[in-house]
Design a protein around this ligand. Sequence first.
Ligand SMILES: Cc1cc2nc3c(=O)[nH]c(=O)nc-3n(C[C@H](O)[C@H](O)[C@H](O)COP(=O)(O)O)c2cc1C
Length: 181
Amino acid sequence: MDALEMLKTRRSIRAFKKEQVKEEELRIVLEAGTYAPTAMGLQSPLIVAVQKEEDVAKLNELNLEVLNRCAAVKKDAKPYYGAPTIIVIFMTKIARNEFVGTLDAASVTTNMLNAAHALGLGSVWINRAKEVFEGEEGKKLLAKWGIEEEVVGVASIALGYPDCENPTPRPRREGYFKIVQ
Ligand SMILES: Cc1cc2nc3c(=O)[nH]c(=O)nc-3n(C[C@H](O)[C@H](O)[C@H](O)COP(=O)(O)O)c2cc1C
């Protein structure tokens, strides 16, 4: 796909087929993340792709718990919309401070969303990774995945094959950019 066309047609996808994402496609998405710009080129984030069914289910459960702290959501709601793969993007101690660590993680996340779309995969950025991995259950998952370093959840991505049409974007906000010449 033409790069500019790809950037403009990427939309958040919230309905996924059950079929698992092929490893070669997942690797392309993850690698695209690693080529995102990061402050001082430090490549500070840690990217974790989760495909194990029980861990995907646990992440849905923990994310929903956080969601329910501020909004009453249906008990069986799936914050990752049934996506078979979840990618979590963490900030690590490599980042010089929390601000750039967060920006680095966001940069990596955006690259992966765009790469997913370029491959015909569906994806959506999902919030609340910070709270999930601050909690005891989230920490247990990190231990289970062999992540011993100190990390902070910044973002996550629901990834899979879309089971819906590509949504139409809202019109762009008037005055979104300005050229000063
Ligand atoms: C920081 C951030 C957090 C988001 N969190 C969620 C989320 O938790 N759940 C969700 O369904 N979409 C989430 N989104 C996706 C936005 O709702 C979506 O990008 C926006 O509505 C614009 O739609 P588009 O991605 O199709 O252009 C998030 C996006 C960003 C950038």
